[in-house]
Design a protein around this ligand. Structure first.
Ligand SMILES: [Ca+2]
Ligand SMILES: [Ca+2]
Length: 238
């Protein structure tokens, strides 16, 4: 007789075996029911009502690329990145990719040539360094002048919710939806870095020239982790 058949026979006849079976059935049926009702209780009582909520969020950055290039005047340098390259880091950070960021730094490389440059060398004219970020047909651009640095963020969730102390007139679920990117945050990120150079004026016998600029950059993904809790007002007079 197999062990299973043996056990079935014991269940038919022995009281201890019957209690064991009843216990197993209770735990396998009762616990999922208990957890399910607890979870739906949180939903219905906690976040689905339109009420006052407090959101705590933290944006983590994941490095996609650090690079640099001498970009000629009038040229644009393209950079293509995808979320696949940092899939594990995204998962570790919680998976909610809400934006892409580029930080650019640049100096000034104008040259002055001519016998009188030591006296009437003039001064540099600022170049314009521009970055354009694109993801899922959304774009964001930002420019800066050299020498210096600037940052451009392209984001696709309502990050302004994080700046509010208390959010009213929304349900917690709506807030969560507005802060969650899902699959729309993943995929390709296309970046263009452009330089428009300008040369300053110098005095007689000296000429300034500027062919472009040496630009360094850091490209990062922005990953948002957040919690939403009902806002409970404490009466200070109590
Ligand atoms: Ca210049
Ligand atoms: Ca330059």
């Amino acid at each position: 007789m197999s062990k299973v058949t043996d056990f079935v026979e014991r269940v038919k006849t022995e009281r201890d075996a019957q209690i064991l079976v009843a216990g197993i059935l209770f735990f396998t049926i009762a616990f999922p029911v208990a957890f399910a009702s607890a979870a739906s209780g949180v939903d219905s009582a906690g976040l689905s009502a339109v009420s006052d909520y407090v959101v705590n969020g933290e944006v983590e950055t994941i490095l996609l690329e650090e690079g640099g290039e001498y970009i000629q005047d009038g040229d644009e340098w393209p950079v293509s990145q995808t979320s696949d390259a940092v899939r594990d880091e995204i998962a570790t950070a919680g998976g909610n990719v809400v934006g892409v960021r580029i930080t650019l730094t640049y100096g000034e490389d104008e040259t002055a040539s001519g016998a009188s440059c030591g006296v009437v060398g003039g001064s540099a004219a600022a170049d314009t360094i521009t970055a354009t970020l694109e993801h899922n047909e959304m774009t964001e651009s930002g420019s800066g002048e050299n020498p210096g640095s600037h940052t451009v963020d392209l984001t696709w969730v309502n990050l302004s919710l994080l700046d509010e102390e208390v959010i009213s007139n929304m349900s917690g679920l709506e807030i969560a939806e507005d802060l969650t990117a899902g699959d729309a945050g993943l995929g390709a990120y296309d970046i263009l870095i452009g330089v428009t150079a300008a040369a300053g004026n110098a005095g007689f016998g000296c000429e300034r020239s500027d062919n472009g600029e040496d630009v360094s950059w850091k490209i990062e993904l922005l990953v948002l982790d957040f919690t939403i809790a009902p806002y409970i007002e404490v009466d200070p007079t109590l």
